[in-house]
Design a protein around this ligand. Sequence first.
Ligand code: ZN
Length: 199
Amino acid sequence: MEEIRENDEYQELSEKITALQAELDELWDHAAEVIVSDDLNKKENIGALWAAFGEDVPNSRVAEVVDCHEQYPGRLVFNPETETVDYKDHVKQRKENQVRTDHRQKILERDGNACVRCGVSAGDGEAELTIHHIVPVSDDGSAEPENLATLCSDCHSSVHDEYGSGEVFYSTNTGFWQWVREGDRGFDPHHTQQNLDTF
Ligand SMILES: [Zn+2]
C-alpha cells in the first residue's frame, strides 16, 4: 500500500474522487432545495425525488434529504405511471393487522396492565402501554396472543429504535423473553397457563 500511496497518479485520482464526492454532496443539497417541499409529507417527497432522479438513488441519500429513517424508503414502492409512492404490500398488511381494540384489552389484562419487562403500569404517570409483536408483522408474525406482549413506550422503543421502527434487536422468540427477564419485572405470561386460558 505504501508504494501505491506515493504514486503520483494515485494521489491525483484520490484528490479527484474527493472533489467529486464533495460536488455530489452539494448537488444533492441543491436537489433537496428544488424538489423537497414543506407542503408535502415524507412519503410524497420521496415520490418526488424518485420521479425526478429515478429509484436508483441510494436510500441513505433519500433519507438525508427527506429527513427520515434510512429504512423508510425501503418500505415504499414507486408507481411510474402515477409518479406516486405507496407502502409495499407487507407494510400495508401490517397496518391492517393492527391489534384490534378488544384483543388489545385482553393482552393488557393478561399482562396485568403493566409492561412485562420493567413493570411500569398504566397508572404510572407518563407511561403509555403498547402492544408489541414479538415476531414482527413484516416477518409474518401473527396477531395471536402468543406473539403479543405489553410493553411501555420506553421499553417498546428500545426494542425497535436502533433498527428502525419495523425491526427488532433479537433474532428469536427466546431472545425476546430473555431481554424481558433482564428487566425489573421480567414477567412471562406464557409461564402462567391460566392467563392464556382467557383467550
Ligand atoms: Zn417498560
